[in-house]
Design a protein around this ligand. Sequence first.
Ligand SMILES: Cc1ncc(COP(=O)(O)O)c(C=O)c1O
Length: 363
Amino acid sequence: MNARIKLIKPYISFDEVADDIKEIFDSGQLTKGQHVDKFVEGLKGYTKADYALLTTSATTALTMSLKAIGVKAGDRVAVSDFSWPATCNVVEDLGAIPVFIDVDIHTYNMCPIDLEKKLESSFAGVIVVDALGNPSGIGQIKEICHSHKIPLVQDSACAIGSSVDGVKVGAIADLTCYSFHPRKLLTTGEGGAIMTNNDQYAQWLTIKLAAGASGVKGRGLDFVDYGYNYRLSEIQALMGWMQLLKLDEITAERNAIADAYAATLEPLGFNRQKVDANVHHNVQSLIFTVPTGMFRDALIDHLASQNIESTLGTYCLSATTYYLGKYNDLQKNSLWLESNTITLPCYTGVDVKTVTDAIGQFV
Ligand SMILES: Cc1ncc(COP(=O)(O)O)c(C=O)c1O
């Protein structure tokens, strides 16, 4: 039996940060220090977005973004239907109504035709997802939102390092949200960020994310609003910054691994997630649709029996027990993708041949 082949391994080791972590402990400055400042500046420099605001997760980043654009109870917010539930949970949590938009069967991203069809009464916002890190089609969604004056929030939880026409995800939509969860290419354990070029959103978010403080009053802070604490610590920011330095290298390597898989799997009838010609995909997750007639879950079980981790692509939000029960608005492409996609191991040094051989035995 081969050694366990995992789905992903983080692109950071203890040795890379050991000296700085010791310095953080020695200094006693565990939060709000130079590493947070460096990471914020690093994210801005990398994406060329004007503002970066750190949060504890993409979930908190999305919630704050919806609040920034003024979403309130009863509002309708369009959401891509093929995603992790956080994408619509943040809408539901504000008492607003998620309107599920079906996805393109090839890119897995929000279908512009379905968005336009459902636009008849106006949306307070649109949350478009870069499914598995792929921002294909964002240009068209952005045009629709701009022409209807609807704020666009890009759920780029998976997409740091991806770009469209050379513009990094983070500098495209009105607000962009990253996740730094360990399944992502840049991880701080848990964490997230909001990127924006909009001065007004940035100013509002800066105050809200500082417990409502802006400037000083007497000997203390001036709390001009109520607010929140979704800060990242110095150690988390240090980890993030270290990975940012090698992010382009990581995404190039993941594309090469994806090509190696595709060379063997496509002739067997597997199809890789489609990426538009103007897009650089970070390959956050390496996804294929399984050949017609193949039972995807049986393939996952077969790989597990060979000590190889794999999993479904992601979820059809409108089919989850909660959202189906409440809204009964199933999206058909998204549902099909949930049952017919598989995520395969992808990281530095992954043994592609062992995985593709195991798949070959199953076909
Ligand atoms: C598309 C998408 N949005 C949001 C999230 C939530 O991210 P977090 O775990 O950082 O809250 C995820 C997490 O996997 C995701 O894939």
